[in-house]
Design a protein around this ligand. Structure first.
Ligand code: NAI
Length: 349
């Protein structure tokens, strides 16, 4: 099914309002979700609406949050999210971080007590659009073994980075710290397919190709990804006095309570470190040089981080965004949700 960006946004916004979000919040959440689908990050777009709608309807996302921005130093602040929609809290916190970095060169803003916030690329690009560098990271629920372990401890704890160039390109690197997203395992299960033995482990901590035997995901690049996901957890959890590691709330277990998740957004104003124009020109040159590099056999060409998402957006602008039929039917329906998530675990099957 192909839909226009506007139709997708409208459908998601309507559904979120029907579930109970105020219009301004539904606007923000739908905007972040549309960004994800438009870039081809379908794991964090419309596919999530039914889950959010159920959590909103059951009280696990505060529909009347009292946000509080607490500036704790010239370059530091804590945004209290009151378990409101994570997308909205993260957006407002990033806007504040950009203002602070404009004034003081650097801003480090922690966001605490929020729900899931989707694709982090959205927030770092807000900074790059203002000619700044954005770095964002956040906690998520435990589903990854520590390197060499058998039981999940950390989440897929993503980290994102964006920087401007002096042309219309933007560098956007945005990744979970696992080899693959959990959604890809679910996808393989639903199609009765096997998975590469590098994605996940079974209950003995052994690599598995059986998607049904998956017990936990593995960190990207072994001990290095393990260290990275720990860093993300510390900076977006413990640093803000929030639950950490294996204590982070489950996405699906109890949809009636707020998730109390944390994030960290760092915004750097290049003008405080170098000549801003030169900085952006150098990044453009870097991308040009990368694009001119010879590609290895089987690769066709070299892409810079974020380029494939942009190419997908251009294609979607012409042909419409690709959405699974069932998701489109749900978005068009009058139903708010189908009671599919509350109480579920093992990562909602
Ligand atoms: P991915 O594996 O699709 O892409 C990771 C990065 O690699 C991207 O920056 C992409 O531009 C780059 N890339 C991919 N192929 C490339 C190529 N051929 N050449 C150059 N660069 C290339 O992303 P992943 O890890 O599946 O994450 C998807 C999304 O999930 C992200 O937006 C992330 O923020 C989000 N996420 C959110 C969570 C949350 O709790 N809010 C938890 C985990 C992930």
């Amino acid at each position: 099914m192909r839909v226009s960006e506007q139709e997708l946004y409208d459908l998601m916004k309507n559904k979120l309002m029907k579930a109970g979000l105020q219009e301004d919040a539904a606007d923000d959440v739908a905007d972040v979700l549309t960004f994800a689908d438009h870039r081809g990050i379908h794991s964090h777009g419309a596919v999530r609406v039914e889950y959010y709608a159920e959590r909103i309807a059951k009280g696990g996302i505060n529909t009347h949050p009292h946000y509080e921005f607490e500036q704790t130093g010239p370059s530091s602040a804590v945004f209290h999210g009151d378990n409101g929609p994570g997308h909205q809290a993260a957006k407002e916190a990033t806007e504040k971080a950009i203002e602070m970095a404009e004034e003081n060169g650097v801003a480090v803003v922690g966001v605490k007590n929020i729900s899931h916030s989707g694709a982090l690329g959205y927030f770092v690009e807000m900074a790059a659009e203002k000619d700044m560098v954005g770095i964002s990271m956040c906690q998520s629920d435990p589903m990854v073994v520590p390197f060499g372990g058998t039981e999940p401890y950390f989440g897929t704890n993503p980290i994102a980075f964006s920087a401007p160039t002096n042309d219309d390109r933007m560098i956007t690197f945005d990744m979970a710290t696992t080899v693959q997203a959990w959604g890809k395992v679910l996808d393989a299960r639903s199609k009765n397919q096997s998975i590469p033995d590098t994605w996940a482990v079974d209950e003995n901590g052994e690599p598995t190709t059986d998607s049904n035997a998956v017990h936990a995901l593995v960190p990207v690049a072994g001990p290095k990804g393990y260290g990275l996901m720990m860093m993300v957890d510390i900076l977006s959890g413990s640093l803000l006095g929030l639950p950490f590691g294996g204590h982070v709330s489950s996405m699906y277990k109890d949809l009636t309570k707020g998730r109390d998740l944390g994030q960290l957004h760092v915004v750097i104003n290049p003008a405080y470190f170098t000549d801003k124009t030169q900085f952006k020109a150098q990044l453009s040159q870097m991308l040009n040089e990368l694009k001119e590099q010879p590609a290895a056999k089987g690769y066709g060409e070299i892409y810079y981080p974020g380029e494939r998402g942009r190419l997908r957006s251009e294609a979607y602008d012409k042909d419409g965004i690709e959405i699974v039929d069932d998701i489109y039917d749900y978005l068009k329906s009058d139903d708010v949700h189908y009671d599919r998530y509350h109480g579920k675990n093992r990562f909602a099957e």
